[in-house]
Design a protein around this ligand. Structure first.
Ligand code: ADP
Length: 255
């Protein structure tokens, strides 16, 4: 199975903004094992700005563009250093791909990106993809990694897109503030009502919230790929997902 796995900042970092070492180590171990068992793994990882903030010792997430991009430049380096180190422990090679909006829209750039991605998979490499936050401005940005992960999933013709978040899946209302919220295990068809379930921006560190995840589900399922939202706090869930067990919320492909 070819799996695209997206991890959000809320999965990778503590509430302090600093790296959650136990979590990322566990994630890399499970993904390495999945690869060893014959699956292809492509990782879409957020977390560059958060890591940069930590490394630079800034008091909080910067608000001006230049400082954000500087933090991303420092943090992306650190993020890849950590991934490279951890995957190397399990004898896997990683590659970094940083893209922006035009890379997914301009035909020639898109073809280049896709050819590289396919070649990396043939070479047995684990591609790690992020938006190129150091050059992205509002006009050209993809904007959030949920959308980026759906673009990547469509580019590689993934069998499954897994979005790991700080929550078990999509609920019938936002569980933060609604303790009676119920998990929706399967979404057969995404409708306007599905979008109405998503409430607000999400966590402090995250960017997209649920609505960008549902948008990503529309893109993936239209292209013939199932999408799962699951809790990144327990990376072992990826084993269950690979075995086809019911985990989190599964959006069923349209064709
Ligand atoms: P990530 O950083 O993993 O992308 P986000 O913080 O962007 O995570 O999105 C997940 C958050 O979306 C949850 O923590 C939750 O507070 C919020 N949310 C809003 N509506 C819903 C809903 N209907 N079901 C589940 N979560 C919801």
């Amino acid at each position: 199975m070819r799996m695209v796995i997206k991890v959000g900042t809320s999965t990778l970092a503590h509430s302090t903004g600093r790296l959650n070492i136990r979590r990322i180590e566990h994630l890399c171990k499970v993904m390495s094992d999945l690869k060893n068992s014959g699956h292809e793994v492509i990782l879409v990882s957020s977390g560059a700005i958060g890591m940069g903030v930590g490394k630079l010792g800034l008091s909080g997430r910067p608000t001006d563009i230049a400082s954000k991009q500087a933090a991303a430049a420092v943090g992306q380096c650190e993020l890849m250093y950590v991934y490279d180190k951890l995957f190397t422990e399990y004898n896997h090679t990683v590659a970094q791909l940083l893209i922006t909006g035009p890379d997914t829209e301009n035909q020639e750039r898109k073809a280049n990106f896709e050819n590289t991605l396919h070649r990396l998979l043939e070479l047995g490499v684990i591609p790690i993809i992020n938006e190129n936050d150091t050059v992205s401005t509002e006009e050209i940005e993809i904007g959030d990694n949920d959308t980026l992960s759906a673009i990547v999933s469509n580019s590689v013709g993934a069998d499954l897109l897994v979005i790991l978040s700080d929550i078990n899946g999509l609920y019938d209302k936002n569980p933060k503030g609604n303790p009676d919220a119920k998990l929706i295990s399967v979404v057969e068809h995404i409708t306007e009502e599905t979008f109405l379930l998503a409430d607000g921006k999400g966590s402090e560190l995250g960017t997209g919230g649920m609505s960008t995840k549902i948008k990503a589900a529309v893109m993936a399922t239209k292209n013939g790929t199932d999408m799962i939202i699951a809790n990144g706090a327990d990376p072992d869930l990826l084993y269950d997902i690979a075995e086809g067990k019911q985990v989190g919320t599964r959006f069923i492909k349209e064709r």
